[in-house]
Design a protein around this ligand. Structure first.
Ligand code: NAD
Length: 247
């Protein structure tokens, strides 16, 4: 194995922000592990187009799949240097409609948006720690949301899971330093299939945000590769909302 090879797993990387992250990390010289829950053909095609990349299918709501995902990466490459917890789910529910935010929805969102990132970090902990032996700390980047920072967002369960992910980011940054850095990116609105029909949100960003537009997935990917290139910053929640929080 090439000792310079650095491996980055991007969860949920066949669409939206994850797709841009996969391209961004490949362009930054990483060997990328492409992952998705169901789009196997798209994932395999993407992996075939990126240097030395590997595609792995896994449902991150299922613990056995999380364990298999990390085990397959380590069996194939023998290392994991960067873990980008991008996969996430949302539900649009008016905040005042408390009965629509059912226990099932709370559990589903918590499992994918909070428990899954934590478990992937736990399963990859030794590998990420080993990464520090080559002189560069292991790196975790959690893709959170501005909804986890301010009382906003598609629904209260979604916003609360992202707030939990932000707090987890800081707790893990403290407990895993200095061998592993843990940071989060909290995007505002990003142009992805998920938000294509969120007309009100697009109008808000075009009229109120200082940058006058939603983010492109590539804006978020560029921030993530910047964070990965840095060797010092840890425990930060980087808001990427085009300045909307200033208004
Ligand atoms: P997307 O729906 O295109 O991507 C989400 C990815 O997560 C998909 O590939 C999906 O398959 C994967 N995923 C969901 N559940 C999964 C499961 N159980 N197992 C495995 N994979 C699963 O949406 P996106 O907009 O690209 O979102 C990516 C991340 O960015 C999410 O965490 C989202 O919460 C966050 N985010 C998005 C926006 C936005 O405006 N688009 C804003 C803030 C934060």
């Amino acid at each position: 194995m090439n000792s310079e090879l650095r491996v980055a797993l991007v969860t949920g990387s066949t669409s939206g922000i994850g797709l841009a992250l996969a391209h961004g990390f490949a362009e930054a010289g990483y060997t990328v592990v492409v992952h998705s829950r169901s789009s196997v053909e798209t994932g395999e095609k993407l992996a075939a187009a990126l240097p030395a990349a590997l595609y792995i299918q896994a449902d991150l709501a299922v613990e056995a799949d999380r364990a298999r995902l990390i085990a397959q990466i380590l069996a194939h490459y023998g290392r994991l240097d960067v873990l980008v917890n991008n996969a996430g789910i949302s539900r649009v529910i008016p905040h005042g409609d408390l009965s629509a935010a059912s226990p099932d929805i709370w559990h589903e969102l918590y499992e994918v948006n909070v428990v899954a990132p934590f478990r992937l970090i736990a399963l990859a902990q030794e590998a990420l720690k080993n990464s520090a032996k080559s002189g560069t700390p292991g790196c975790v980047i959690n893709i959170s949301s501005h909804a986890g920072v301010r009382p906003k967002g598609a629904s209260i369960p979604y916003a609360a899971t992202k707030a939990a992910l932000n707090h987890m980011t800081k707790l893990l940054a403290l407990s895993l330093a200095p061998d592993i850095r843990v940071n989060a990116i909290a995007p505002g609105l990003v142009d992805t299939p998920l938000t294509a029909d969120w007309a009100d949100a697009h109008t808000l960003w075009q009229t109120r945000s200082p940058m006058r537009r939603a983010a492109k997935p590539a804006d978020i990917a560029q921030l993530a590769t910047m964070l990965a290139a840095n060797q010092y910053v840890t425990g930060e929640i980087l808001t990427a909302d085009g300045g909307l929080n200033l208004t």
